[in-house]
Design a binder for this molecule. Structure first.
Ligand SMILES: NC(=O)c1ccc[n+]([C@@H]2O[C@H](COP(=O)([O-])OP(=O)(O)OC[C@H]3O[C@@H](n4cnc5c(N)ncnc54)[C@H](OP(=O)(O)O)[C@@H]3O)[C@@H](O)[C@H]2O)c1
Length: 271
């Protein structure tokens, strides 16, 4: 039975744990979290919760995977604790934004077996999409378990180089905020046009949600064909899309600028 240690049980950590913790789970799970969590997991015999590393290390030696789910700025506080995982074969999976493989090697240990993963917010409802980058020391059988662990919060995809993690962070990591902003903008436009706040909120939100569910459930059409299907020649949607799809100043130009800005910021934060 693989022993998985989760460090940090916040928004992401709790979503991951929710997927792993079930009756007949094939994992032994340890959770290290400052907040009181014991009651959440009382009925699961394969789960133990620890309030700090000292408590954890007095009881545990053999650890297969450690999932780091704390905030990036909290990592410095636990650098020395990470070094106490003596077994050199332990695999560390970091979901921390902006902390590179080289950061772990330079600041923790050159021998650390490290995997970077970038989930996104819908992970909290098991509909996330996670990019995974494995450094060269990760073995094929370890990759299978990593895939299984991260699939508990949605779909996963391995990328072949670490730079892709920064690019994907700007697409899917920040993507939920782009979607929420579009919803906000459409709501505010509706209000400006004289629709009541309640109606504007309802129509904008449910239009996007309904369209997303349609995109997800339609096995034949992709976003492009669904968009074409809803655009009658000479109609109102076409008139709107002429503005949105303008090649010089349309939405794609603005969205690309936004994505590139996010990528630049990721580089700045790394340095
Ligand atoms: N949220 C997202 O959408 C998202 C998306 C992609 C990646 N990520 C990454 O996921 C990581 C976690 O994000 P999050 O939103 O889940 O953060 P979060 O809700 O703040 O969760 C972090 C948890 O770790 C706990 N913690 C901190 N230091 C600890 C320690 N030494 N020992 C035990 N527990 C400790 C925190 O407790 P306290 O609150 O008491 O400090 C908190 O409960 C971040 O690095 C972030 O970059 C998040």
């Amino acid at each position: 039975m693989n022993h998985i240690v989760l460090i940090g049980h916040g928004k992401m950590g709790s979503a991951l744990a929710k997927g792993w913790v079930k009756e007949n789970s094939q994992y032994k799970i340890s959770i290290i979290e400052k907040e009181e969590l014991l009651l959440n997991y009382k009925k699961f015999t394969n789960v133990k919760v620890y309030k700090n590393f000292n408590e954890f290390f007095t009881e545990n030696k053999e650890i297969d995977f450690v999932v780091l789910a704390i905030k990036p700025q909290q990592l410095n506080d636990i650098k020395n604790d990470i070094l106490k995982f003596e077994n050199k074969s332990t695999v560390f999976i970091s979901i921390l934004a902006g902390k590179s493989v080289s950061w772990f090697k330079e600041n923790i240990s050159t021998e650390i077996k490290i995997v970077r993963a970038m989930p996104n917010l819908p992970a909290s409802i098991s509909r996330g999409v996670t990019a995974i980058y494995c450094s060269s020391s990760i073995l094929p059988n370890e990759k299978l378990i990593i895939e299984e662990l991260l699939s508990s919060i949605g779909t996963v995809s391995f990328v072949s180089n670490e730079e892709q993690i920064d690019l994907i962070t700007a697409i899917s990591g920040s993507g939920p905020a782009y979607f929420f902003y579009l919803t906000e903008a459409l709501t505010e436009i509706a209000i400006d046009l004289g629709i009541s706040k309640d109606d504007a909120t309802n129509f904008a939100k449910n239009t996007f949600i309904g369209s997303a569910i349609l995109l997800d459930s339609d096995n034949i059409n992709n976003a492009t064909s669904l968009r074409k299907n809803v655009t009658s020649p000479g109609g109102t949607t076409e008139a709107a899309l002429k503005i949105l799809m303008n090649e010089e100043e349309g939405l794609k130009i603005i969205l690309k600028k936004a994505v590139l800005n996010a990528i630049n910021r990721a580089h700045e934060l790394k340095n």
